[in-house]
Design a protein around this ligand. Structure first.
Ligand code: NAP
Length: 248
Protein backbone atom coordinates (compact mmCIF):
# COMPACT_ATOMS: atom_id res chain seq x y z
CA UNK A 1 0.00 0.00 0.00
CA UNK A 2 1.15 3.51 -0.80
CA UNK A 3 1.49 5.04 2.64
CA UNK A 4 1.46 8.66 1.48
CA UNK A 5 -1.83 10.35 2.32
CA UNK A 6 -4.26 10.17 -0.57
CA UNK A 7 -7.47 12.06 -1.20
CA UNK A 8 -10.33 10.28 -2.95
CA UNK A 9 -13.49 11.71 -4.48
CA UNK A 10 -16.27 9.13 -4.77
CA UNK A 11 -19.37 10.18 -6.70
CA UNK A 12 -22.74 8.91 -5.46
CA UNK A 13 -21.10 7.92 -2.19
CA UNK A 14 -24.06 8.37 0.17
CA UNK A 15 -25.53 4.92 -0.35
CA UNK A 16 -25.20 1.56 -2.07
CA UNK A 17 -21.95 0.63 -3.77
CA UNK A 18 -20.52 4.17 -3.59
CA UNK A 19 -20.93 4.18 0.18
CA UNK A 20 -19.05 0.87 0.49
CA UNK A 21 -16.27 2.22 -1.78
CA UNK A 22 -15.91 5.41 0.28
CA UNK A 23 -15.67 3.43 3.53
CA UNK A 24 -13.19 0.91 2.13
CA UNK A 25 -10.91 3.62 0.71
CA UNK A 26 -11.03 5.39 4.08
CA UNK A 27 -10.15 2.09 5.75
CA UNK A 28 -7.04 1.99 3.51
CA UNK A 29 -6.04 5.43 4.75
CA UNK A 30 -7.53 7.89 2.24
CA UNK A 31 -9.35 11.11 3.09
CA UNK A 32 -12.68 11.12 1.30
CA UNK A 33 -14.90 13.62 -0.50
CA UNK A 34 -18.38 12.07 -0.24
CA UNK A 35 -20.31 13.30 -3.28
CA UNK A 36 -24.09 13.13 -3.22
CA UNK A 37 -26.96 14.57 -5.24
CA UNK A 38 -29.96 14.48 -2.89
CA UNK A 39 -29.31 12.37 0.22
CA UNK A 40 -27.55 14.84 2.51
CA UNK A 41 -28.53 12.83 5.60
CA UNK A 42 -26.95 9.66 4.22
CA UNK A 43 -23.84 11.52 3.02
CA UNK A 44 -23.35 13.03 6.50
CA UNK A 45 -23.68 9.57 8.06
CA UNK A 46 -20.96 8.19 5.74
CA UNK A 47 -18.73 11.20 6.51
CA UNK A 48 -19.19 10.65 10.24
CA UNK A 49 -18.15 7.00 9.91
CA UNK A 50 -15.02 8.04 7.98
CA UNK A 51 -14.08 10.54 10.68
CA UNK A 52 -14.49 7.79 13.28
CA UNK A 53 -11.79 5.92 11.31
CA UNK A 54 -9.48 8.89 11.85
CA UNK A 55 -9.67 10.17 8.28
CA UNK A 56 -10.95 13.49 6.96
CA UNK A 57 -14.32 13.48 5.22
CA UNK A 58 -16.06 16.19 3.22
CA UNK A 59 -19.65 15.68 2.10
CA UNK A 60 -20.14 17.63 -1.18
CA UNK A 61 -23.40 18.07 -3.01
CA UNK A 62 -23.19 18.16 -6.82
CA UNK A 63 -25.20 16.78 -9.68
CA UNK A 64 -22.40 15.20 -11.76
CA UNK A 65 -24.42 15.91 -14.91
CA UNK A 66 -23.96 19.66 -14.35
CA UNK A 67 -20.44 20.75 -15.31
CA UNK A 68 -20.53 24.01 -13.35
CA UNK A 69 -21.53 22.14 -10.17
CA UNK A 70 -18.77 19.58 -10.77
CA UNK A 71 -16.18 22.32 -11.23
CA UNK A 72 -17.29 23.99 -7.98
CA UNK A 73 -17.15 20.63 -6.18
CA UNK A 74 -13.64 19.90 -7.47
CA UNK A 75 -12.37 23.35 -6.43
CA UNK A 76 -13.85 22.90 -2.97
CA UNK A 77 -12.40 19.41 -2.45
CA UNK A 78 -9.02 20.45 -3.84
CA UNK A 79 -8.97 23.47 -1.53
CA UNK A 80 -10.25 21.80 1.63
CA UNK A 81 -8.68 18.34 1.41
CA UNK A 82 -5.48 19.40 -0.37
CA UNK A 83 -5.72 17.78 -3.80
CA UNK A 84 -7.44 14.82 -5.42
CA UNK A 85 -5.52 11.60 -6.13
CA UNK A 86 -8.25 9.01 -6.60
CA UNK A 87 -11.51 9.52 -8.51
CA UNK A 88 -14.26 6.91 -8.46
CA UNK A 89 -16.99 7.61 -11.00
CA UNK A 90 -19.81 5.65 -9.40
CA UNK A 91 -22.86 7.94 -9.65
CA UNK A 92 -25.58 6.60 -11.93
CA UNK A 93 -29.29 6.06 -12.11
CA UNK A 94 -31.45 3.66 -14.02
CA UNK A 95 -34.39 4.40 -16.30
CA UNK A 96 -35.70 1.48 -18.34
CA UNK A 97 -37.85 1.29 -21.43
CA UNK A 98 -37.63 -0.27 -24.87
CA UNK A 99 -36.15 1.91 -27.57
CA UNK A 100 -39.52 2.95 -29.02
CA UNK A 101 -40.93 3.81 -25.59
CA UNK A 102 -38.21 5.34 -23.46
CA UNK A 103 -38.83 9.04 -22.81
CA UNK A 104 -36.21 11.33 -24.34
CA UNK A 105 -35.74 12.98 -20.92
CA UNK A 106 -34.98 9.58 -19.38
CA UNK A 107 -32.47 8.76 -22.12
CA UNK A 108 -30.71 12.11 -21.52
CA UNK A 109 -30.81 11.77 -17.76
CA UNK A 110 -29.18 8.33 -17.78
CA UNK A 111 -26.46 9.33 -20.26
CA UNK A 112 -25.85 12.70 -18.58
CA UNK A 113 -25.37 11.11 -15.19
CA UNK A 114 -23.39 7.93 -15.80
CA UNK A 115 -21.35 8.90 -18.86
CA UNK A 116 -21.21 12.68 -19.11
CA UNK A 117 -20.91 12.88 -15.33
CA UNK A 118 -17.70 10.82 -15.46
CA UNK A 119 -16.44 13.04 -18.29
CA UNK A 120 -17.15 16.20 -16.26
CA UNK A 121 -15.31 14.84 -13.23
CA UNK A 122 -12.30 13.69 -15.27
CA UNK A 123 -12.18 16.96 -17.20
CA UNK A 124 -11.64 18.89 -13.97
CA UNK A 125 -9.67 16.34 -11.93
CA UNK A 126 -7.19 14.96 -14.49
CA UNK A 127 -5.30 18.31 -14.58
CA UNK A 128 -4.89 18.10 -10.79
CA UNK A 129 -3.58 14.53 -11.09
CA UNK A 130 -1.17 15.52 -13.88
CA UNK A 131 0.20 18.26 -11.66
CA UNK A 132 0.58 15.81 -8.74
CA UNK A 133 2.25 13.26 -11.11
CA UNK A 134 0.00 10.49 -9.74
CA UNK A 135 -3.61 9.50 -10.15
CA UNK A 136 -6.11 6.67 -10.15
CA UNK A 137 -9.45 6.82 -11.95
CA UNK A 138 -11.90 3.99 -11.44
CA UNK A 139 -15.11 3.97 -13.46
CA UNK A 140 -18.00 1.81 -12.30
CA UNK A 141 -19.55 0.30 -15.42
CA UNK A 142 -22.10 -2.53 -15.50
CA UNK A 143 -22.74 -5.99 -16.87
CA UNK A 144 -25.51 -4.28 -18.91
CA UNK A 145 -22.80 -2.37 -20.79
CA UNK A 146 -21.05 -5.58 -21.80
CA UNK A 147 -23.96 -7.91 -22.55
CA UNK A 148 -27.09 -5.73 -22.80
CA UNK A 149 -30.60 -6.36 -21.52
CA UNK A 150 -33.97 -5.66 -23.20
CA UNK A 151 -35.19 -2.28 -21.91
CA UNK A 152 -31.65 -1.16 -21.12
CA UNK A 153 -30.68 0.75 -24.27
CA UNK A 154 -30.06 3.98 -22.34
CA UNK A 155 -28.36 2.47 -19.30
CA UNK A 156 -26.47 -0.11 -21.42
CA UNK A 157 -25.25 2.65 -23.77
CA UNK A 158 -24.06 4.78 -20.86
CA UNK A 159 -22.22 1.86 -19.27
CA UNK A 160 -20.72 0.63 -22.57
CA UNK A 161 -19.72 4.23 -23.30
CA UNK A 162 -17.95 4.36 -19.98
CA UNK A 163 -15.79 1.42 -21.08
CA UNK A 164 -14.78 3.21 -24.30
CA UNK A 165 -14.13 6.36 -22.27
CA UNK A 166 -11.95 4.36 -19.85
CA UNK A 167 -9.75 2.95 -22.61
CA UNK A 168 -9.20 6.21 -24.50
CA UNK A 169 -8.53 8.18 -21.31
CA UNK A 170 -6.17 5.45 -20.07
CA UNK A 171 -4.10 5.93 -23.23
CA UNK A 172 -4.21 9.73 -22.94
CA UNK A 173 -2.71 9.75 -19.44
CA UNK A 174 -0.69 6.52 -19.28
CA UNK A 175 2.67 8.31 -19.33
CA UNK A 176 1.56 10.68 -16.55
CA UNK A 177 1.50 7.95 -13.87
CA UNK A 178 -2.30 7.97 -13.94
CA UNK A 179 -4.19 4.71 -14.36
CA UNK A 180 -7.79 4.49 -15.56
CA UNK A 181 -9.78 1.29 -15.16
CA UNK A 182 -13.37 0.10 -15.31
CA UNK A 183 -14.98 -2.19 -12.75
CA UNK A 184 -17.98 -4.14 -14.00
CA UNK A 185 -20.41 -5.26 -11.28
CA UNK A 186 -22.90 -8.02 -12.06
CA UNK A 187 -25.99 -8.06 -9.83
CA UNK A 188 -26.14 -6.63 -6.30
CA UNK A 189 -29.12 -5.92 -4.08
CA UNK A 190 -29.20 -2.11 -3.81
CA UNK A 191 -31.85 0.59 -4.22
CA UNK A 192 -31.11 0.61 -7.95
CA UNK A 193 -31.97 -3.05 -8.46
CA UNK A 194 -34.86 -3.15 -5.94
CA UNK A 195 -37.48 -3.66 -8.71
CA UNK A 196 -35.62 -6.84 -9.74
CA UNK A 197 -35.98 -8.50 -6.37
CA UNK A 198 -39.27 -7.20 -5.01
CA UNK A 199 -40.80 -10.67 -5.29
CA UNK A 200 -39.26 -14.07 -4.46
CA UNK A 201 -39.87 -15.24 -8.04
CA UNK A 202 -38.06 -12.29 -9.61
CA UNK A 203 -35.10 -12.74 -7.27
CA UNK A 204 -34.95 -16.47 -8.02
CA UNK A 205 -34.92 -15.86 -11.75
CA UNK A 206 -32.14 -13.22 -11.37
CA UNK A 207 -30.07 -15.67 -9.37
CA UNK A 208 -30.28 -18.42 -12.03
CA UNK A 209 -28.08 -16.19 -14.22
CA UNK A 210 -25.30 -16.12 -11.63
CA UNK A 211 -23.04 -19.18 -11.47
CA UNK A 212 -22.22 -18.43 -7.81
CA UNK A 213 -25.97 -18.40 -7.10
CA UNK A 214 -26.04 -15.22 -5.00
CA UNK A 215 -25.99 -11.45 -5.52
CA UNK A 216 -22.74 -9.58 -4.93
CA UNK A 217 -22.24 -7.43 -1.85
CA UNK A 218 -21.18 -3.76 -2.16
CA UNK A 219 -17.97 -4.48 -0.19
CA UNK A 220 -16.98 -6.98 -2.90
CA UNK A 221 -16.91 -4.16 -5.47
CA UNK A 222 -15.16 -1.87 -2.99
CA UNK A 223 -12.33 -4.38 -2.41
CA UNK A 224 -11.38 -4.26 -6.09
CA UNK A 225 -11.67 -0.47 -6.23
CA UNK A 226 -9.28 -0.16 -3.27
CA UNK A 227 -6.88 -2.62 -4.92
CA UNK A 228 -6.85 -0.54 -8.11
CA UNK A 229 -6.45 2.64 -6.07
CA UNK A 230 -3.62 1.50 -3.81
CA UNK A 231 -1.91 -1.44 -5.47
CA UNK A 232 -2.57 -1.97 -9.18
CA UNK A 233 0.17 0.38 -10.38
CA UNK A 234 0.72 -1.51 -13.67
CA UNK A 235 -2.97 -2.06 -14.48
CA UNK A 236 -4.55 0.47 -16.84
CA UNK A 237 -7.32 0.43 -19.44
CA UNK A 238 -8.61 -2.80 -17.88
CA UNK A 239 -12.27 -3.80 -17.70
CA UNK A 240 -12.64 -6.05 -14.69
CA UNK A 241 -15.85 -7.94 -13.84
CA UNK A 242 -16.98 -8.59 -10.27
CA UNK A 243 -20.01 -10.67 -11.07
CA UNK A 244 -20.00 -14.12 -9.45
CA UNK A 245 -19.23 -15.60 -12.88
CA UNK A 246 -22.15 -14.04 -14.82
CA UNK A 247 -19.84 -13.07 -17.66
CA UNK A 248 -18.46 -16.60 -18.24
P1 NAP B 1 -27.91 3.31 -5.94
O1 NAP B 1 -28.02 2.60 -4.65
O2 NAP B 1 -29.13 3.68 -6.71
O3 NAP B 1 -27.00 4.61 -5.71
C1 NAP B 1 -26.77 5.51 -6.76
C2 NAP B 1 -25.97 6.68 -6.24
O4 NAP B 1 -25.74 7.58 -7.33
C3 NAP B 1 -26.68 7.45 -5.15
O5 NAP B 1 -25.77 7.72 -4.13
C4 NAP B 1 -27.12 8.75 -5.84
O6 NAP B 1 -27.04 9.90 -5.02
C5 NAP B 1 -26.03 8.89 -6.89
N1 NAP B 1 -26.45 9.73 -8.00
C6 NAP B 1 -27.45 9.50 -8.90
N2 NAP B 1 -27.52 10.51 -9.77
C7 NAP B 1 -26.56 11.41 -9.42
C8 NAP B 1 -26.10 12.65 -9.94
N3 NAP B 1 -26.68 13.21 -11.02
N4 NAP B 1 -25.07 13.28 -9.32
C9 NAP B 1 -24.48 12.73 -8.24
N5 NAP B 1 -24.85 11.55 -7.71
C10 NAP B 1 -25.87 10.90 -8.29
O7 NAP B 1 -27.04 2.45 -6.98
P2 NAP B 1 -25.90 1.33 -6.77
O8 NAP B 1 -26.53 0.00 -7.03
O9 NAP B 1 -25.15 1.56 -5.51
O10 NAP B 1 -24.99 1.65 -8.04
C11 NAP B 1 -23.70 2.22 -7.92
C12 NAP B 1 -22.98 2.05 -9.24
O11 NAP B 1 -22.87 0.63 -9.56
C13 NAP B 1 -23.72 2.66 -10.43
O12 NAP B 1 -22.80 3.19 -11.33
C14 NAP B 1 -24.44 1.48 -11.05
O13 NAP B 1 -24.71 1.70 -12.41
C15 NAP B 1 -23.39 0.38 -10.85
N6 NAP B 1 -23.92 -0.97 -10.91
C16 NAP B 1 -24.80 -1.44 -9.97
C17 NAP B 1 -25.26 -2.74 -10.07
C18 NAP B 1 -26.20 -3.33 -9.07
O14 NAP B 1 -26.54 -4.53 -9.24
N7 NAP B 1 -26.62 -2.59 -8.06
C19 NAP B 1 -24.83 -3.55 -11.13
C20 NAP B 1 -23.97 -3.04 -12.08
C21 NAP B 1 -23.49 -1.74 -11.95
P3 NAP B 1 -28.20 10.38 -3.95
O15 NAP B 1 -28.39 9.21 -3.02
O16 NAP B 1 -27.65 11.56 -3.26
O17 NAP B 1 -29.42 10.65 -4.78
Amino acid sequence: MDLEKKVALVTGAARGIGRAIALDLAGQGADIAVNYRSREDAANEVAEKIREMGRQALPVRADVGDEEKVKAMVDRVDGQLGGIDILVNNAALHRGGRVQNIALEDWDLVLNTALKGAFHCCRHIIPIMIERKWGRVINISSFAGLRGFPGDTAYGSAKAGLIGFTKSLAKEVAKKNITVNAVVPGFLKTDMTAPLFNTEDKLKSELTRIPMGRPGEPYEIAELVSFLAFKGSYITGAVIPVDGGMGM
